[in-house]
Design a protein around this ligand. Structure first.
Ligand SMILES: [Zn+2]
Length: 181
């Protein structure tokens, strides 16, 4: 009887270990596939995330080779930005923010999703189209936070590759106070 119990415990334990390894391997392969993808047939490029007028003006290097950040950017492009672009084309006004750029733009927080490559500020160039794209993302695409800034002048959209996406729809007129729409 004792032996049977032992065998049962060993069986359960080894099944759990195997399942754990399988999950790790699948997760690794998923990330590797996304990392290797060049997105060359996409309108939105990872390079669009490095551009920043402030960084250029102040001579700040606003690129990174951090694999996690690049994966976050690609995940955001693939799942949210590119499908939104296919609805109405837009420009990214602010993508990735290096810690130095984040300080330079006077950000009050070091928790901005821009620092992790999880967020982009976009504009189509018109308030009316920005409203349309906001509604389109809200109703059709995955996102973590969708924020109308200064009455739809720009739209901040974020997506988390890991963890739960909160699906928050907000507006702000000062980038300090945020209210739910
Ligand atoms: Zn933003």
């Amino acid at each position: 009887m004792a032996n049977k119990k032992k065998i049962a415990i060993i069986t359960i334990a080894s099944t759990l270990v195997v399942a754990y390894i399988v999950v790790i391997v699948l997760f690794y392969l998923r990330n590797r596939k996304l990392f290797m993808e060049d997105l060359s047939n996409y309108h939105i490029k990872v390079d669009d995330f490095w551009k920043s007028n402030t960084a250029e003006k102040k001579g700040i290097n606003n690129t990174t080779d951090d694999k996690d950040i690049i994966l976050n950017i690609k995940y955001l492009i693939k799942n949210t930005l590119e499908p939104a672009y296919n609805y109405i084309p837009f420009k990214i006004t602010s993508g990735y923010r290096s810690p130095a750029l984040n300080t330079a733009v006077g950000s009050k927080t070091n928790k901005s999703q821009h620092l992790k490559g999880e967020a982009a500020d976009i504009t189509t160039g018109s308030i009316a189209d920005n409203k349309k794209i906001y509604t389109y993302i809200r109703e059709n695409l995955p996102f973590d936070q969708l924020i109308s800034e200064y009455g739809y002048k720009t739209i901040h959209v974020s997506l988390k590759r890991n963890g739960i996406n909160r699906k928050q729809t907000l507006y702000t007129d000062d980038l300090i106070n945020y209210k739910t729409i």
